[in-house]
Design a protein around this ligand. Structure first.
Ligand code: MN
Length: 270
C-alpha cells in the first residue's frame, strides 16, 4: 500500500515523524509537506507564484507552498502512482468545529478527497503544553495518535476497490477528521462538528512609520456546549472521528435560496 503523508506544521514537525514511523509498518510512505509551518491557510493553492520542491530524503519532498499545493503536486507530478490513502497530520493542536474550514491539515485531506483518494486528517490536543518561540516547548506523546493513524490508513487503503473487488469504506468526495485527546483515550466516538465560537479579537499595533498594523486570529474560543459534538466528546477524553463531505450544499435550503434570489432578480427588457 502506498501512503501519502502531508501536514500544515511543516516537514520538520514531530507529527510527520510520528506518522512516518507508524505508517512504515503498514505500507510505503511518501511525504510531501510544506517546508515550514502553514497552519490555518485552508484550501489555498499558489496560483500566482512558482513552487520550489526540495528533495528531503527517499520519497520525501519539502514544498514552499501550502498543504493543498503539496497534495496537488504529489498527485500530479511527484508520485509515479496514485497513493492508496492520504494521511494529514499529526497536527499539534485540535481541529474541531469550524476549524475544518481554516485548517491546512484538513485541507490536505480534502485535496485528496477531491481526487477520490481515501483520506483523513488527524490532530492531537496539545492543550496544557507550554508554547515558546512560536512552537511547543515540549511535544506531547503522539504514540496513540500515530497508532490510530496506522490502523485507519490500513483500513481505508485496503477498502479501496482494486479490480472491482470490495466496497469502499468511504464514498467518494468524503473524508475523515480525527482528533486525539491529551489524556489516554477513553475510546473512540463518531461525532458531528461542534461550534467553537472563536472570540473575534484583533491586536492593533503601530509600525515605526506610524502606520497601524493588525494581528488577527486569537486563539480564545468559547465552544458551544453541544452534547455529542466533537468539541464536547474530545473534552470528555474520547478520540473523535467526524465524516466530512466536500459538498457543502444545504439541500433543505434550495427552495429558500431560489425564492430569495428570484425575488431579487430585476427583469431586464430587451
Ligand atoms: Mn498546524
Amino acid at each position: 500500500m502506498r501512503i501519502l503523508v502531508s501536514n500544515d506544521d511543516g516537514i520538520h514537525a514531530p507529527g510527520i515523524e510520528a506518522l512516518e514511523a507508524a505508517l512504515a509498518r503498514v505500507g510505503e510512505v511518501w511525504v510531501v509537506a510544506p517546508d515550514r509551518e502553514r497552519s490555518a491557510v485552508g484550501q489555498s493553492i499558489s496560483i500566482h507564484q512558482p513552487l520550489r520542491v526540495r528533495a528531503a530524503g527517499a520519497r520525501r519532498w519539502a514544498v514552499d507552498g501550502t498543504p493543498a499545493d503539496c497534495i496537488y503536486l504529489a498527485l500530479a507530478e511527484l508520485m509515479p502512482e496514485r497513493p492508496d490513502v492520504v494521511v494529514s497530520g499529526i497536527n499539534l493542536g485540535v481541529n474541531l468545529g469550524e476549524d475544518v474550514f481554516y485548517s491546512g491539515t484538513v485541507a490536505a485531506a480534502k485535496e485528496a478527497a477531491f481526487r477520490n483518494i481515501p483520506a483523513f486528517a488527524i490532530s492531537q490536543d496539545v492543550h496544557g503544553f507550554a508554547r515558546g518561540h512560536g512552537t511547543l516547548e515540549e511535544v506531547p506523546d503522539l504514540g496513540a495518535a500515530a497508532e490510530l493513524a496506522a490502523g485507519l490508513a490500513q483500513a481505508l487503503g485496503a477498502a479501496r476497490p482494486s479490480g472491482g473487488a470490495g466496497a469502499p469504506a468511504l464514498p467518494p468526495r468524503t473524508l475523515l477528521n480525527v482528533n486525539v485527546p491529551n489524556t489516554p483515550p477513553l475510546g473512540v466516538r463518531a461525532a458531528p462538528l461542534g461550534v467553537r465560537n472563536y472570540v473575534l479579537e484583533v491586536e492593533r499595533r503601530v509600525d515605526p512609520r506610524g502606520r497601524s498594523y493588525y494581528w488577527v486570529g486569537g486563539s480564545a474560543s468559547r465552544p458551544a456546549d453541544i452534547p455529542g459534538s466533537d468539541c464536547n466528546l474530545l473534552a470528555e477524553g474520547y478520540v473523535t472521528v467526524t465524516p466530512l463531505r466536500l459538498d457543502l450544499t444545504a439541500r433543505d435550503l434550495l427552495d429558500t435560496a431560489g425564492a430569495l434570489a428570484a425575488a431579487a432578480l430585476v427583469p431586464r427588457r430587451a
